[in-house]
Design a protein around this ligand. Structure first.
Ligand SMILES: Nc1ncnc2c1ncn2[C@@H]1O[C@H](COP(=O)(O)OP(=O)(O)O)[C@@H](O)[C@H]1O
Ligand SMILES: [Mg+2]
Length: 258
């Protein structure tokens, strides 16, 4: 790598590098020798047909599974993730399609789910509810979304607003990399628009986004680059400038002339 002429201010070191990542499940080989770099602030799409290995790759980068082979580097340093919580503590947040929200709890409670802030009153630990409401509102305001009262239950929110709560939770952990698995799959047109805008907003704030999506129009709109998997291998790694959704579909389906 020759970072000398890099003008991005990140000295050329990718924020995330995968080197020769492979995964077998017993006799099934799900991934083979997958290598790519992601630059800080970049929005990268992982594309491929069903069974291509997208979910396996994401489970490895999110700490949900360990690779059978290969190395993951964060800002140049080799890392291992013992669990998704471990990956999160190292700045890699993954938002799965189910969002892992608790619908009967409030927005503020969801942003701090599993990592509640506490205070001590005369030696007794209490939940710092007001502070959590204030900080949850701050994280959500970073998303430039008119968000209702932090005491509202998540069950009252639209699909797009729920995505925003899940992203706010990642921001609360100061995530540098946010992985989103099919974030618009269950959404209508208006909510999809909201989520695409959320992705662009966090990307504009320097957060690296890795997007897994079957929707080529979404990918073309928000991603600068795509890594295309097929049969567990990387078959393309390309900047998307000038690409249409149809171009991308054709490559994924293998209609391109090799
Ligand atoms: N837990 C598992 N056990 C056995 N095989 C698996 C498991 N998870 C995925 N696979 C296999 O690995 C390959 C890649 O799957 P997956 O990563 O889910 O692809 P994608 O998300 O692109 O559809 C497929 O052949 C799939 O059947
Ligand atoms: Mg999958």
């Amino acid at each position: 790598m020759t970072p000398a002429t890099d003008t991005s201010g990140t000295a050329g070191t990718p924020i995330l590098s995968l080197e020769g990542i492979g995964k077998t499940y017993g006799a099934v080989r799900a991934l083979s020798g997958v290598s790519f770099d992601v630059r800080a602030g970049e929005t990268l799409a992982i594309c491929g047909d069903n069974g291509a290995g997208k979910s396996t790759l994401i489970r490895i980068v999110s700490g949900a599974q360990t690779p059978s082979e290969g190395t993951i580097r964060l800002a140049g340093a080799p890392v291992t993730f013992a669990s998704p919580a471990d990956a999160l503590s190292q700045g890699v947040a993954t938002i799965y399609q189910d969002l892992a929200l608790a619908p009967t709890m409030t927005i503020a409670q969801n942003v701090f789910l599993g990592s509640e802030l506490t205070t001590r009153v005369m030696g007794v630990p209490l939940l710092a509810k007001r502070r959590m409401r204030r900080e949850a509102a701050e994280h959500l305001s970073r998303l430039r979304l008119a968000v209702p009262d932090m005491n509202r239950h998540v069950s009252d929110l639209s699909g797009g607003q729920r995505q925003a709560v899940a992203i706010a939770r990642a921001l609360r952990w100061q995530a540098r990399i946010v992985i989103m698995d099919e974030p618009t799959a269950a959404l209508g047109v208006r909510e999809t628009r909201l989520v695409l805008n959320l992705i662009k907003e966090i990307a504009s704030q320097g957060i690296t986004v890795i997007l897994i999506s079957h929707n080529m129009a979404d990918v073309i709109e928000v991603a600068e680059r795509a890594v295309i998997l097929k049969g567990g291998r990387k078959v393309r790694d390309t900047a998307l400038a000038g690409w249409t959704a149809d171009d991308l579909s054709h490559v994924i389906m293998g209609h391109e002339a090799a």
